[in-house]
Design a protein around this ligand. Structure first.
Ligand SMILES: Nc1ncnc2c1ncn2[C@@H]1O[C@H](COP(=O)(O)OP(=O)(O)OP(=O)(O)O)[C@@H](O)[C@H]1O
Ligand SMILES: CCCCCCCCCCCCC/C=C/[C@@H](O)[C@H](CO)NC(C)=O
Ligand SMILES: [Ca+2]
Length: 539
């Protein structure tokens, strides 16, 4: 048997047919790869075991190709390897390669060895609970799951319990009732709102089972180790896009199958010691809150509703007065103005993971509130956006904060102060291009671990300065006396769900939950070399 560099023996090396040619095929357990080479030209390629989806014995006749004399000489035996093919723009596809030989025993040896190696991939899920929102996005959730995802799960021998939701909060309520511990993960088919529902169900259930009071804003929450997979079928799909790099159901299904794991920061939102919501992507007041509130009335428009309400909200140009107090995130190494973005295996997120493990060792679940200073900012804002991740999505490919990290225990707090319509438009346009969104005198950004916001209106209410007239008729706008517009509070857009409270307290919980994802992979610099080494190119 041929030896590999370092004198190691590969698990299997054989001459196998693939297409019309014979190849030297190697199964190298230690490198975790199956390799394919054709002497003497030495054109070769490798498929990591971690990217093999399934192996099947194949009835050769069914997949017959024109392989000339071999076909006539003997009965051929074959097996098919289904594997991940990485295409452009972070898109993954399932491809297969059928290997053949005349020796039945050899063919069985290969199938067996590959199946054993797949069995050893312990992070892969075997049993999943799937929730489908049939009304998300363009109402295609059920079709997408049945046609694109279910066949892949079945190929990978994953068993599923599928629930098609019948009303809002169905998935969330169900997660408090079922035996979640028998599943290796929960999959949601829908958009950001559907993800949010499933996340609330899972995190809430974990806290309930551990006796943690979610209403206590200072409670240390129990991490949720049951991963969530997102099959994008919504209108924005920002969480999927920001953690995978593309909104594509097949790509996401393949990340679930190979058992990827991406920890995620989660912010808790409270008002007066009452738990309101969790957020993983955008918590936005002002512009994004107003868009959401208006767009909820136009759900029938589908994803277009955001463009319609976005335009309307832009024209209305409302700003809101309030006070923000925040504690800077001193423990993380990055800054929102960094040029580098969070990518697969991110160093900054790894450091936060280590810190978290040390903290848990020292204090257990007891939360140690640092006596760090609070910074206070008062002002008039067109938008207040707190993002736990970049919030990249097809409409904004770099996101609202391109350097935000998925799992560093912090959020980027972006304050867009009152400015002209023209300047605000310049800011919005930078959501969509490569220019620095924070390079404006009216935009400030801070990396924070917690913050509080109180609108001027609720401050006034609390200090009882409202007179009876104001209480009865609402507050008249002081900045537009001529128009007499009735200024009310904005609402919070919490991952696509509205939150009416205008005084909130937000805290980031480092890596509270996990997704079936790996973060966005670095772009393959040499696309040509990458594609040449794929099996299809060798044939
Ligand atoms: N069967 C159902 N009927 C009505 N509403 C549902 C049902 N199932 C789930 N929902 C609710 O629908 C809301 C929106 O769903 P979803 O997030 O999937 O789509 P979307 O709003 O179009 O997309 P995005 O959140 O990405 O903008 C969620 O908040 C969820 O609670
Ligand atoms: C004139 C130029 C206008 C450019 C507008 C760009 C719009 C970018 C939208 C980015 C939204 C990213 C934040 C994601 C929020 C989601 O949680 C939420 C629910 O899916 N979506 C929205 C639109 O609120
Ligand atoms: Ca973060």
């Amino acid at each position: 048997m041929e030896r590999l560099p370092g004198g190691r023996r590969p698990r299997l090396v054989s001459s196998l047919g693939l297409g019309r040619r014979s190849w030297e095929v190697t199964l190298d357990e230690e490198r975790g790869a199956a390799g394919l080479a054709r002497p003497p030209a030495r054109r070769n390629c490798f498929v990591p075991i971690s990217e093999i989806i399934a192996v099947e014995e194949t009835e050769f006749n069914k997949k017959q190709r024109n392989i000339g004399r071999w076909q006539k000489m003997a009965k051929l035996h074959a097996f098919t390897v289904h594997y991940v093919k990485k295409a452009r723009n972070h898109r993954w596809r399932c491809r297969d390669a059928t290997f053949w030989c005349v020796d039945e025993h050899l063919c069985n040896q290969w199938t067996q060895a590959l199946k054993e190696l797949l069995e050893m991939q312990k992070s892969r899920p075997k049993q999943l609970l799937v929730y489908i929102n049939p009304y998300g996005g363009k109402r295609q959730g059920k079709r997408i799951y049945e046609q694109k995802v279910a066949p892949l799960f079945s190929l990978a021998s994953i068993s599923t319990d599928v629930v098609v939701t019948e009303h809002a909060n169905h998935a969330k309520d169900n997660l408090f009732e079922v035996n979640i511990y028998k599943y290796d993960g929960v999959v949601c088919v829908g958009g950001d709102g559907m993800f949010s529902e499933v996340m609330h169900g899972l995190i809430g259930r974990m806290q309930k089972d551990s006796g943690i009071d979610q209403n206590n804003p200072k409670a240390s929450l129990v991490q949720c180790n049951i991963r969530i997979g997102i099959i994008p079928a919504g209108s924005t799909d920002c969480i999927c896009y920001s953690t995978v790099g593309i909104s594509d159901p097949v790509t996401s299904a393949l990340h679930i199958i190979v058992g990827d794991c991406q920890p995620l920061d989660v912010s808790s939102v409270h008002h007066n010691n009452t738990f309101l919501k969790y957020s993983v992507s955008l918590l936005g007041y002002g512009f994004y809150g107003d868009i959401l509130k208006d767009s909820e009335k136009k759900r029938w428009m589908g994803p277009m509703r955001y463009d319609y309400s976005g335009f309307k909200t832009f024209l209305s140009h409302h700003y809101y007065e309030g006070t923000i107090a925040y504690q800077p995130a001193k423990q993380t190494h990055g800054s929102p103005r960094d040029k580098e973005s969070c990518r697969t295996g991110c160093y900054i997120c790894k450091q936060s993971e280590k810190q978290l493990a040390e903290q848990n060792k020292e204090h257990g679940l007891k939360h140690e509130e640092g006596e760090e200073e609070w910074k206070v900012i008062k002002g008039k804002f067109l938008a207040i956006n707190a993002v736990n991740m970049s919030c990249a999505c097809p409409r904004s490919p770099k996101g609202l904060s391109p350097a935000a990290h998925l799992a560093d225990g912090s959020a980027d707090l972006i304050l867009v102060r009152k400015c002209s319509r023209f300047n605000f438009l310049r800011y919005l346009v930078r959501h969509t291009n490569q220019d620095d969104q924070f390079d404006f005198p009216f935009v400030d950004v801070y990396r924070v671990k917690c913050f509080q916001f109180t609108s001027k209106l609720s401050e006034d209410n609390e200090s009882n300065v409202m007179d009876i007239g104001k209480k009865r008729f609402g507050q008249f706008c002081r900045d537009h006396p001529a128009c007499c517009c009735n200024i009310v509070n904005s609402t919070w857009n919490c991952d696509g769900e509205t939150l009416d409270s205008s005084a909130i307290e937000v805290r980031v919980h480092c890596q509270l939950m996990k997704l079936f994802a790996r973060g966005i992979e670095e772009d393959c610099k040499d696309e040509a070399a990458h594609s040449q080494s794929s099996i299809e190119q060798l044939l």
